[in-house]
Every structure is written in C-alpha cells, then in structure tokens.
Design a protein around this ligand. Structure first.
Ligand SMILES: Nc1ncnc2c1ncn2[C@@H]1O[C@H](COP(=O)(O)OP(=O)(O)OP(=O)(O)O)[C@@H](O)[C@H]1O
Ligand SMILES: O=P(O)(O)OC[C@H]1O[C@H](OP(=O)(O)OP(=O)(O)O)[C@H](O)[C@@H]1O
Ligand SMILES: [Mg+2]
Length: 299
C-alpha cells in the first residue's frame, strides 16, 4: 500500500460521536460534504480525507498506522489497548488531547431488587458487557471472581432476558438504566472523546498539518468554553463586580458618555456565566449585561 500524501482522519460513521466529530473539524476550517453511502469524504480545501467507520475500528486503524488521526471515546481506546497488549499486537498511539464531548462513564449496574453492598456482592456472578477488558481489569484489582457475557449491544436488557446477573455498560444520564430496572453501583472508568495520532513517523508536511489542526482544535474548544461579557457597573462596586466574573482577570474598563459614576466593562470569561452570578451582578448595580458566544480564539 503506497503512503497517501493526504492526511487521513478516522471518525465514527454514525453514533454518539459522529455529528460532533464532523462539527469540530468543520469549525477548524476543514471543508467537506459527507455522502451517507460513502466511507471516505475528501476535504475540498486541505489535503485531508475523512474515513467514516465503526468506532470500534478507529483505535486499531490508528495503531496500525492505516490512518494518521482518529477521534474516539477514551473507553474504546483503552479497551483496544488492553486487548492488543494481551495479543502482542502494536498498541501505541499518542493522545493529542481530550475533547469537549462524548462524556460518559463505564459502570457496573444491577437489577433494582439486587441487594448490593460493595463490589464483593458480585462474587461468582455473570456480568454482561461490551468492554470485557476494562471489566476484567477492575474485577482483578478488587480480587473478585465472575464470568462475563459478551454483548456488542442491548447490554441493558441482559439481566431481564436471563443472560446475566448484572451489567457493565456506558452511562450518561442514567435514563437507560432506569428504563430497564437497573441501578448503578460502581463507576469503573470515566471517558470523553479524544483525538489520537498514529506513532508512525510523519512527513514534515503532514506533521505540520497535524499541528495546525491541533492548534485550531485548541482554539475552537477554548472559544466554546469562553464567553464575551459586556456590562455597565457603578465605579463604587467595580472591584466586587470584576471579582464575580469567572476567569476574567484583566477586563477592559471604559468610560461612559455623560456618566461619571459608571463604567463599561468588557471581559472574556473562561466559564459560562450562570443565572445566579447574573443576579448577584445586578444586585451590585450592574446593568445592560450581555453574555455572548465567541466563535474563534487564538493566541
Ligand atoms: N450516553 C452517552 N453519552 C455520551 N457519550 C456516550 C454515550 N454513550 C456512548 N458515548 C460515547 O460515544 C461512543 C460511541 O457510542 P455509540 O453508542 O455511538 O457506539 P456504538 O453503538 O458502538 O457505535 P458504532 O456503530 O460506531 O460501533 C462511546 O464509545 C462513548 O465513548
Ligand atoms: O445513561 P444514558 O443517557 O441513558 O445513556 C446510556 C446509553 O447510551 C449509549 O447507547 P446509545 O444510546 O448510544 O445507543 P446504542 O446502544 O445503540 O449504542 C450506551 O450504550 C447506553 O445504552
Ligand atoms: Mg461500536
């Protein structure tokens, strides 16, 4: 197979990570259109190809150097890493950074009627999961014997279907567990989406493009986490007002026309400004408070 000159990025074809992975790359200025029937989407304005695959395949594609970058849940990455280490296959890749989506946890859960005290309550039981390696690591650390029942999907119905006593599955809101008469007993792994790079040596051009994409991702995520805040404040409560603005260390303070008692404050806040803080600001005499999203950030 000849080495492609274009940077290959693997993303999930359809599922929890696919929309946000595409959106992130678009926000970084990568222009592409996805045809649902096609595995590959070529970017129009940069030498980048997107490979749209099942999420389980992404870590292996990166570790084998078939693609250069991948966007994947840390849970799937860790599971594949353990699997490959056991099989003596290449398991190396570099996690470039965590992303700001795909937040979930891998947890143990049991039927509502099950009397759970601690992890020892699972001794000798059968647990259904799609993550046998992460489950084994946890159970070995606790010294608990169990048997597993490997299911790629619909794990949450296993106890009711008589296939297992408990489950080890992904949880976010907990709605799926509740709908299936289960409750969460132990969190065994916390996960977010992340971007990974293959360990193979890249050409100077490709590495420069990877660095550019990563720096843009950093800018996009920083911008999404930040807000631009404008407000009018009485000079006498200025210090208290600035202290309330989360993460805004050096705001711009400007005079107001025909008003010597009040000033305008412009600040970039690194956190969302919550309603409670807005109410406290108003109580200190702030007015005309505007909180605006930031589209891009650099430097
Ligand atoms: N409820 C959730 N909330 C947030 N993130 C989640 C949730 N469930 C899963 N994830 C994250 O998204 C990833 C993909 O989940 P999804 O359910 O789409 O996978 P899948 O069914 O295995 O998809 P595929 O068809 O690609 O194999 C998970 O590995 C996890 O990192
Ligand atoms: O705690 P909750 O917010 O209910 O989320 C948890 C559910 O989300 C995921 O499945 P998904 O909905 O992605 O569908 P899938 O089972 O087809 O992968 C996961 O496998 C759980 O079933
Ligand atoms: Mg999958």
């Amino acid at each position: 197979m000849s080495e492609s000159k274009r940077l290959r990025i693997a993303i999930q074809k359809s599922g929890r990570l696919s929309k946000e992975s595409q959106q992130l790359l678009k926000s970084c200025g990568v222009k592409f259109n996805v045809n649902e029937q096609r595995l590959i989407a070529h970017a129009d304005n940069m030498p980048i190809d997107l490979l749209r695959v099942r999420d389980d395949d992404i870590p292996g594609l990166v570790m084998d150097g078939v693609v250069d970058l991948g966007i994947i849940g840390e849970n799937v990455l860790e599971e594949e890493q353990i699997e490959r280490q056991l099989a003596n296959k290449p398991a190396e890749c570099t996690k470039l950074r965590e992303l700001d989506f795909g937040s979930c946890r891998l947890s143990l859960a049991v039927p509502n009627e099950f009397k759970y005290q601690d992890a020892n309550s699972l001794e000798g039981l059968r647990i259904a999961t799609s993550y046998p390696n992460l489950l084994r690591r946890f159970m070995q650390e606790k010294g608990i014997n169990y048997s597993d029942c490997m299911l790629k999907g619909s794990v949450e119905v296993a106890p009711r279907a008589g296939l297992s006593d408990g489950i080890c599955d992904l949880v976010s809101t907990g709605a799926t567990l509740e709908a299936n008469g289960l409750y969460e007993t132990e969190v065994i792994y916390r996960s977010k989406a992340c971007i990974i790079q293959s360990s193979k040596t890249q050409s100077t051009e490709k590495q420069a493009l990877i660095n550019k994409i990563l720096s843009r991702i950093n800018g996009v995520i920083r911008a999404r986490e930040s807000k631009y805040i404008l407000l009018h404040a009485p000079i006498e409560t200025l210090d208290q007002i600035v202290a309330l603005l989360p993460g805004a260390e050096n705001p711009t303070v400007l005079p107001l026309n025909d008003d010597t008692n009040r000033v305008a404050i412009h600040a970039v806040s690194t956190e969302d400004l919550f309603w409670d803080t807005m109410e406290e600001l108003t109580a200190l005499g702030a007015s005309s408070i505007l909180v605006m999203p930031i589209e891009k950030m650099m430097g």
